[in-house]
Design a protein around this ligand. Structure first.
Ligand SMILES: CC(C)(COP(=O)(O)OP(=O)(O)OC[C@H]1O[C@@H](n2cnc3c(N)ncnc32)[C@H](O)[C@@H]1OP(=O)(O)O)[C@@H](O)C(=O)NCCC(=O)NCCS
Length: 161
């Protein structure tokens, strides 16, 4: 059976165009227009201090993209998880958790104190996953996504050592 592998996307890699194409398709399917990065994906990837990890079936790097997570560290204090998604057919197999853990580790290496994110409270699977990995709800931000759609602001603090 093919093993799943998590890889960091590098803009100059030969795989980049194919991978971005697959991710844009997933974005269009899973997220409403105003929440989707499908149209602005290239711009997002060009931003400084941001990264994208994707999971694909192992074997040469060309396998189908199963899921991805985006993160950024706009300041030296705080990082954010900006997107997390797993294709519907591959859910409940631990892939979302593996991607989120990998992104948290990337943020940890940036030496930030806190990782934060916004999530629609209706996305119960995502909220459970974030809580499972230690995120706490900080606030309910009204109208964050649209006038009718709020967001939880959640955060995870790293121990200072
Ligand atoms: C959220 C998402 C990434 C989870 O991916 P996944 O691969 O299915 O998650 P995992 O199998 O790794 O599950 C890990 C934990 O997440 C939670 N979880 C996942 N799916 C769940 C569900 N349907 N209901 C409740 N909790 C769920 C559980 O805590 C689970 O731990 P457990 O297996 O010990 O119960 C996936 O459901 C998804 O892509 N959703 C749509 C996009 C989205 O909402 N993204 C977040 C906002 S940007």
């Amino acid at each position: 059976m093919a093993r799943e592998v998590i890889v960091e996307l590098h803009r100059n890699s030969s795989q980049c165009e194919k991978v971005v194409g697959e991710i844009v398709k997933i974005e269009r399917k899973l997220f409403p227009k105003h929440e989707s990065l499908a149209r602005s994906f290239d711009e997002e990837l060009k931003k400084k201090n941001s990264g994208l990890l994707y999971m694909h079936h192992g074997g040469g790097g060309g396998g189908e993209v199963i899921g991805y997570v985006m993160y950024s560290w706009p300041t030296s204090l705080c990082a954010s998880i900006t997107k997390l998604a797993v294709k519907e057919d591959y859910r409940r197999q631990g892939h979302g958790e593996a991607l989120l853990k990998a992104a948290i580790e990337k943020c940890r290496t940036r030496k930030v104190h806190r990782v934060s994110l916004h999530v629609d409270p209706m996305r119960t699977a995502a909220v459970s996953l974030y809580k499972k990995l230690g995120f706490q709800v900080d606030d309910l931000v009204q109208g964050y996504y649209s006038p009718e759609r709020d967001a939880y602001r959640m955060y995870l603090d790293f121990d200072s050592d």
